[in-house]
Design a protein around this ligand. Sequence first.
Ligand SMILES: [Zn+2]
Length: 322
Amino acid sequence: MPRMSRRTFVVSTALAAAVGLDARLAISPAFAQKTPDPARGFYKYKVGAIEVTALYDGIWEKPHDPAFIKNATVEETKEALAKAGLTTDFVSIPLTVVVLTVNGRHILVDAGSGGGQWQPTAGRLHRNMTAAGLDPRQIKTILLSHFHPDHIFGLLEKGTNKPVFPDAELIVTSTEYKWWTEPGRVEKLPDARKGLGQRIQAAFPQWKNFTLIEGEKDVAPGVRLVNAPGHTPGHAAYLVTSGNQQLMVSNDVAYVPALLAPHPEWQGAYDQDGPLAITTRKALLDRVIAEKMMICGAHFPFPGAGVFEKDGAGYAFTPAKS
Ligand SMILES: [Zn+2]
């Protein structure tokens, strides 16, 4: 089975960026983005007969914060970023969303962060989807990894919570859905997450078409939900299989690989259950390596895919270039 390399990525030349549709967000100078956007915000590649379209949503240039990683100092974090060739001025947390095209059906995996609802420097999903030749109205299925803002705020209009993809079936683990919507949950959340919990509880029980998955199941032909808890209680990855090729859509399991490939044991503030997230991360990356799968992740450098290899007690990550 082929290992993923630049050669296995097929760049679509069919559609040039639709520059006329560029609706750049108005960003105040305080939030001026230092990282250039990719020259083209979409990238197509194949897993057997399934087409994957990676769509750039934006970036969070996260200021350094000693609470970010429980068992690493800011200096150690900067060292890991420098080794990966990234700026040490801030932590680069880009966001890429994928569309899987299976037998002509377009399936979105997570919904992006919504225009400016997560960070003022993100929210380009719809522009890049259109540039890639995909009509948001064609999206009838959305596979959700978990309920953090950068993955679900794109489902809801700002202020009103009106559904952005009103006809889409939303698929998520039963564990994730029940955890966030159970009575009394909002009160138990840390203050910084209470607003998120309230929004989930206001919007999701009203959604007309939510499918909750118990265990691990096929959710579309060639697409299987894989339980990957820790980042959130019901976090899911999705395994895409076609012919003799496989892609693990890992979502937030390996978060930012510049930090977590060399230090899979780092416990970030982003992981709701640190020890479980570490166990899941190692098991999933070991599986991807052993089975020679391709892997992509929501916060990997655009186009969001790359190769992991074992490297001592950790891993070495090589990002795919667009
Ligand atoms: Zn995320």
